[in-house]
Structures are given as C-alpha cells and as structure tokens.
Design a protein around this ligand. Structure first.
Ligand SMILES: NC(=O)CC[C@H](N)C(=O)O
Length: 381
C-alpha cells in the first residue's frame, strides 16, 4: 500500500506504508542511531513527532516489549528507507510494522531519507503529515497549513498517579515529565527507594515524601510549556539535592534564571561528543532534544557550564555554584547506550550523601506510607 509524507514547504515523498492506515501530523525530526529504533520510538520525548531514521535498514531485529522506554509509543509517524518485515531475533515478539499498526501510527518506507534529512538540516525541522489515504495533495497541504504543533505533551506522557519502586538506600522522588524507564532502572539498580510522581506535583507534596534527592526526568516539548515545574524547582533548590536530565536540565536552567531556545534541527542520535570542561575529557552520549539552554543567558545566574557539545558548542551540562544541583542535556541512562555517562547517577548519590552529612535530617515522617498507600489504592481502582 502507498503512503505519502508531505512537508510544510510543499515537498512530497511517496513511498510504501508499513504501519497503520492513518493520517497523522507532527514535527518531522531525524535520528542518526544505527541501532535502538525500539528505544527511539518508545521514548516519550518524541511525543507528537514524526521520526526519520537516517540508518537505512530498520526493523531487522523486530520488537521486544522489554526494550521499551515507556508503556506505549507516542510518536506520530515513523519514516525509514527500508523496513524489514521479517525480524531475525529470538527475542522478537513481533515486527516493527505490527507494532505501529497496533498503536494506530503510520509508517512510511522506501523514500529517500537522506534527502529528507539534508532538507531538515538545511531548513530546520518542519511540520509534516503522513497519510496512507488517497486525498488530493492540495487538501493535505491545507490541512497541514491549518495545523499547529502540540503543547501539552508532558501532561499526555507523565504518570497520572504516584507509584513506588521500593529500595533500601536513598529515597529519590523522580518527577515524571514523560520519563524514559531507563532512569528508573538506573536508580533502582543502585538500590534507591524511588517514588515516581506526576509532572504537576508541588514542592510541598514533594516535601511530604521526605526525599533525599529529586530526579527531574526527560520529557517532550518546550520547557516553557511546563511553568509549574519551574516553580516547584525554584522552591526546592538548595533544600533537596537535584539532578536534571534533558527536559529536567532545561527546567532546572529556567528555575535558575537562564533562558532556553529552539535549535534548528536538534540533536538526536547515539554518538554525540560532549566535552567535560573541568577535565577536557570527551564522552560519547545518547541525545534526543530540540531545545537548548541559551549560552548568553547564563551570565548573572548562579549557574556554571560544566559540559559542552563538541559539534556545535551548545551547553550540555550545568551545575549550581552554591546549592547541590546539577543537570545534563544528554541521557546518562543511555538507552540504547553508549554507557559513558552512567557514572552521573553515582555522582548524584554522592552529592546526596555529602548534603546529608552537612544537614542531618529529621526522621522521615510516618505520613509518607499513608500518602503512598492512598495513591496506590486510588491507582488500582
Ligand atoms: N529528551 C528530552 O527530554 C527532550 C527535552 C525537550 N523536549 C527538547 O526537545 O529539547
């Protein structure tokens, strides 16, 4: 069956459909990973986006639900050069095309993804529309022109209820802005007592959970669409150690008085070189973001730049010069790898221990278990 991809500049690609029979609109972006398409399509930070893979052969190892970064994909379309419908992998439960069909997401293959990527690099990301129907092109163009990009992706992808992943070490409140499950995995692997809370949890609600540290997750969209989170971070800065990842990094920067802006075509892939300024060391990192912290906005804030991107020199890491709080624009949970940066979770726990030594805490409130029990019961209804 035929599928078409129309861009807002009028470019029309005609290829083959391998996903759902559907028409969907979104911001067209590209990812340069040569593996990891399952983690890409299930990463909630791509909510509302049409993702093009620049690697030409996609789908050859199929789909394994255990490799997902969220309960379901939130992408609005998947674009590949060649889709492999028969996976060769003993872990595969079904094919990529079957997964897209299950969730009503269109997929288009057999188009020139190199041309598409060059266009996005040259002109910046664009709105686009994938359709498997046979509408007239003028009709599709009009629909695309009238459409706008989503602004409520965080609310769509965040958990609605508090849930816990118990452990016997530091208690971490993980604020879920559309978190990848890799973050929870990294924390639980280190024995942390993790409480995952919705994106709009207030500072007081977080205090009641008596956390040792706050992990701000990644998430979709523009950080300026989540002002309530900036307020929460501002209120807790200095009181509880904070570690922000990706959207969490951008929100942390906004809370410290810096600004964010949109990159022309973003960073999405598994081999972005990041330089740690203190050591001059280079880390190869996994990235997925379209926004960035504006460098010129750092002056006059309490922030210090710790890492920069070696390709375009944009900010990749920040730390507060007075309080226990830091953040990175890339993904230390590295799903899929590279695993160069997982040590940042250990540094976060080390920061928490130092903060605890310097600020002996009151015993944890008994109210915590009651709060959680109530939430969990509610969630089970
Ligand atoms: N992965 C993320 O958290 C992405 C952050 C933000 N949505 C951006 O595109 O920049």
């Amino acid at each position: 069956m035929q599928a078409r991809l129309l861009l807002e500049d009028g470019t029309l690609f005609t290829g083959l459909s391998f996903g759902a029979e559907a028409q969907m609109m979104g911001e067209v972006v590209f990812n340069t990973g040569i593996t990891g398409y399952q983690e890409v399509l299930s990463d909630p930070s791509y909510c509302g986006q049409i993702v093009t893979m620049t690697y030409p052969l996609i789908g050859n190892y199929g789909i394994t639900r255990d490799d997902f970064e969220a309960i379901r994909p939130y992408i609005h379309g998947f674009v590949v050069r060649r889709h492999e419908p028969v996976p060769s992998n003993w872990r595969a439960q079904y094919s990529l095309g079957q997964l897209l069909q299950e969730y009503g997401i269109p997929g288009i293959s057999d188009i020139d993804t190199r041309m598409l990527t060059r266009k996005l690099r040259h002109f910046g990301t664009m709105r686009g529309l994938i359709t498997t129907g046979n509408e007239r092109v003028e009709e599709l163009a009009e629909r695309l022109n009238l459409s706008t990009l989503m602004t409520d992706q965080v609310a769509r992808t965040s958990t609605k209820h508090v849930f816990a992943s118990p452990g016997n070490r530091e208690r971490i409140v993980l604020v879920d802005f559309g978190a990848k499950s890799g973050i929870l995995r990294e924390l639980t692997q280190r024995g942390c007592d993790v409480v995952v809370v919705p994106h709009d949890t207030t500072a007081d609600e977080i205090r009641r959970l008596a956390p040792d540290g706050i992990q701000l997750s990644n998430g979709p969209g523009d950080p300026k669409d989540v002002p309530h989170a900036v307020k929460m971070i501002t209120e807790l800065l200095g009181e509880i150690p904070i570690f922000g990842i990706c959207l969490g990094h951008q929100l942390f920067a906004l809370a410290c008085g810096a600004d964010t802006g949109k990159l022309k075509f973003g960073h999405r892939g598994g081999n972005h070189p990041v330089k740690e300024l203190a050591t001059n060391r280079c880390y190869i990192t996994s990235q997925n973001h379209g926004y960035t912290v504006v460098e010129s906005s750092i002056e006059g804030t309490p922030l210090e730049v710790t890492h920069i991107n070696n390709n375009d020199k944009t900010i990749e890491g920040l730390k507060h010069n007075q309080y226990p709080a830091f953040s990175v624009q890339y993904h230390p949970e590295a799903a899929p790898g590279p695993f160069d940066s997982s040590y940042l979770f250990d540094e976060f726990l080390e920061m928490i221990r130092t903060h605890k030594q310097n600020n002996p805490q009151k015993p944890r409130q008994a109210v915590l278990s009651e709060t959680l029990k109530g939430e969990l019961q509610y969630a089970q209804k």
